[in-house]
Write a protein that binds this ligand. Structure first.
Ligand SMILES: *[C@@H]1O[C@H](CO)[C@@H](O)[C@H](O)[C@H]1NC(C)=O
Ligand SMILES: *[C@@H]1O[C@H](CO)[C@@H](O)[C@H](O)[C@H]1NC(C)=O
Ligand SMILES: *[C@@H]1O[C@H](CO)[C@@H](O)[C@H](O)[C@H]1NC(C)=O
Ligand SMILES: *[C@@H]1O[C@H](CO)[C@@H](O)[C@H](O)[C@H]1NC(C)=O
Ligand SMILES: *[C@@H]1O[C@H](CO)[C@@H](O)[C@H](O)[C@H]1NC(C)=O
Ligand SMILES: *[C@@H]1O[C@H](CO)[C@@H](O)[C@H](O)[C@H]1NC(C)=O
Ligand SMILES: *[C@@H]1O[C@H](CO)[C@@H](O)[C@H](O)[C@H]1NC(C)=O
Ligand SMILES: *[C@@H]1O[C@H](CO)[C@@H](O)[C@H](O)[C@H]1NC(C)=O
Ligand SMILES: *[C@@H]1O[C@H](CO)[C@@H](O)[C@H](O)[C@H]1NC(C)=O
Ligand SMILES: *[C@@H]1O[C@H](CO)[C@@H](O)[C@H](O)[C@H]1NC(C)=O
Length: 488
């Protein structure tokens, strides 16, 4: 959700940049066409930008289609017929043109030489990108640094059939250890604005995000995508040195376990149901309520990596508390080896997913089944996506600093003011809303603003995970805690 919000913001920003540029090119033409039409069509915007947008919209439509029968065909029919999915890109859409422009702009920023006195987070970003792009060096180093970690050394699949940890397994120890690396499973957390008071942030708990989306995990066990995911896990483990028998068995068991977790997770519809999203509590109370699992300890381990100490009275919101109640039964039904493997596989994915050429091929086979991808993503783009996931705020901030003019910001603010005024008037006019509700709604409109977001170009340095120039490895530091003290 947060990612989606950021995407929307970037798109908005990019659109403004595009509008801004076209405004300069088209100034004189615009003036003429506007005055020509002043007597005939006061309701029609004949600004260059409006003409461009209208033309693009019409080009994507299929006017032959009957909007009453198939509106999608009417609105997008020609786009369906003519759009070409660029190589290395799994999907396309009208929005993708903008996403591609953003990526090109970000590439330019991230490939610039470092300047003296540059903020550490910018240097960190550039270092990560360069080490990711250094293919030769990446191949040379390979997966050895990963195999050298205690995480690899305690991963049952790599150890083999006889796993010495079976009888001493402790889920809380394992969770704590992996949460500190940013590998969360079984449940997820994020720092979010409080639903009912946007001026404060709370810690939000939720069902886990799965590597393979829940909607696939809910399909029949032999579904082609589910099976491709299982093969991906198996082949990844084998590439890292696991025995083929153990890899196949453990991959199948992990998929079974994730399917169980998916079944107790909220569906897309349930995730949208606000009445399940707000269950405020404190960290201490949460710990008392859920005795089968030590969630506070895992969360503390994660936040300590950003020097944040979570106190007992830390406000926590449990979205979908039903999930956490159902989780106990499922955890008890999954064997120790598989529980440890859930973290082992996910840790491996987070570190080496597409690191070497051979791993990229394994990952590509999975993406073929999942998205119908036809070619591997270009290296620069996969490195850029990595930057965007590790430094989501930092890269956006650089982007805004470079590409977002003060004039665009003023336009956005006046656009927001206009939209607000219009919504207020509509509310005032509405006869179907009671006075009390109307007053509440008007109160909310007052607070509706993305000004806060636009302030992200302010000259303060966000804290960021450290990456040095030797981070040739796919490096995914635990970024969640950093979002806590980032005022975006
Ligand atoms: C268009 O707007 C101008 C100025 O506001 C007004 O004088 C004119 O009558 C309008 N024309 C039409 C066709 O509405
Ligand atoms: C593996 O770790 C050991 C110590 O823990 C270290 O001496 C060695 O250099 C490491 N090897 C690699 C390839 O990272
Ligand atoms: C799994 O771990 C628990 C401790 O968390 C232990 O009591 C149990 O005996 C282990 N199961 C097996 C089969 O060893
Ligand atoms: C919202 O949160 C802020 C910061 O914690 C607090 O000062 C304020 O009183 C809260 N507002 C309401 C209406 O609870
Ligand atoms: C899955 O199994 C069912 C019955 O066991 C079979 O009818 C179906 O064709 C299989 N689907 C795939 C994709 O193999
Ligand atoms: C939303 O959740 C509440 C509480 O669980 C439930 O009573 C309600 O029916 C749900 N609404 C929808 C539209 O599913
Ligand atoms: C904790 O348990 C109490 C008593 O069972 C319950 O009223 C409360 O809603 C629970 N809180 C959470 C966050 O689950
Ligand atoms: C956390 O604090 C320690 C000691 O003050 C410091 O060395 C370290 O850089 C800090 N880490 C972060 C991420 O701020
Ligand atoms: C509100 O009502 C006034 C008077 O009827 C009307 O002129 C105006 O267009 C309405 N505004 C909206 C946004 O519906
Ligand atoms: C709502 O407010 C309007 C104007 O403020 C008033 O005329 C109307 O009677 C109120 N309606 C109710 C149901 O109180």
């Amino acid at each position: 959700m947060a990612g989606f919000g950021k995407l929307i913001l970037l798109i908005l920003i990019a659109e403004l940049i595009i509008a801004e540029n076209s405004f300069h090119y088209g100034k004189s033409a615009t003036r003429r066409s506007t005055s020509d039409c002043q007597t005939c069509c006061n309701d029609t915007c004949l600004h260059m930008d409006c003409l461009r947008e209208a033309s693009a919209t019409v080009k994507n439509m299929d006017p032959e289609a009957d909007p009453c029968t198939d509106f999608a065909e009417f609105a997008c029919g020609n786009f369906y017929k003519t759009a070409i999915i660029p190589p290395g890109q799994p999907v396309t859409s009208v929005i993708y043109n903008i996403i591609n422009q953003i990526n090109d702009a970000m590439k330019e920023i991230i490939e610039e030489e470092s300047e003296p006195g540059e903020w550490a987070y910018v240097k960190n970003m550039k270092n990560l990108y360069q080490s990711c792009m250094n293919k030769e060096r990446v191949e040379q180093i390979g997966v050895q640094p990963y195999l050298n970690t205690s995480y690899a050394k305690e991963w049952p699949t790599l150890i083999g059939h006889h796993w010495p940890g079976e009888s001493t397994f402790d889920l809380n120890d394992v969770m704590t250890k992996y949460f500190a690396t940013g590998v969360t499973h079984i449940f997820s957390f994020s720092v979010k604005q409080d639903f009912k008071n946007t001026s404060k942030h709370t810690l939000n708990l939720n069902a886990p995000e799965f590597t393979l989306a829940r909607s696939y995990l809910m399909k029949p066990r032999n579904d082609s995508v589910v099976m491709a995911y299982e093969r991906y896990l198996r082949d990844l483990a084998i590439e890292l040195g696991a025995g083929p028998t153990e890899a196949a068995q453990d991959a199948a068991d992990v998929v079974d376990a994730e399917i169980k977790l998916a079944h107790i997770s909220p569906s897309k519809e349930e995730r949208r149901n606000d009445s399940n999203l707000y269950n405020p509590t404190t960290l201490a109370e949460l710990g008392r309520n859920l005795s089968y699992i030590d969630i506070p300890r895992a969360l503390r381990a994660s936040f300590v990596t950003a020097n944040i100490t979570l106190e007992d009275d830390q406000e926590v919101n449990v979205a979908h508390s039903g999930y956490f109640n159902r989780l106990e039964g499922v955890v008890n039904s999954i064997g120790n080896r598989t529980l440890q493997n859930l973290f082992g596989f996910n840790y491996a994915i987070s570190k080496v997913e597409d690191l070497t050429d051979r791993l990229q091929n394994i990952y590509f086979e999975y993406n073929k089944a999942l998205y119908g991808a036809k070619t591997r993503m270009p290296l620069w783009l996969s490195c850029l996506w990595k930057i965007r996931s590790v430094f989501p705020y930092a890269i956006s901030k650089q982007f805004v600093r470079r590409r977002f003019s003060e004039a665009s910001k003023t336009k956005v603010l006046s656009m927001i003011a206009n939209i607000k005024a219009e919504i207020e008037e509509m509310l005032q006019n509405a006869t179907w809303i009671g006075n009390k509700t109307k007053a509440e709604a008007l109160g909310k409109v007052k607070f509706y603003s993305i000004c806060k977001t636009l302030r992200s170009a302010a000259p303060s340095e966000p804290s960021s995970p450290g990456v040095n120039s030797k981070s040739h490895h796919k490096h995914t530091p635990n970024i969640q805690p950093y979002t806590a003290n980032m005022k975006t």
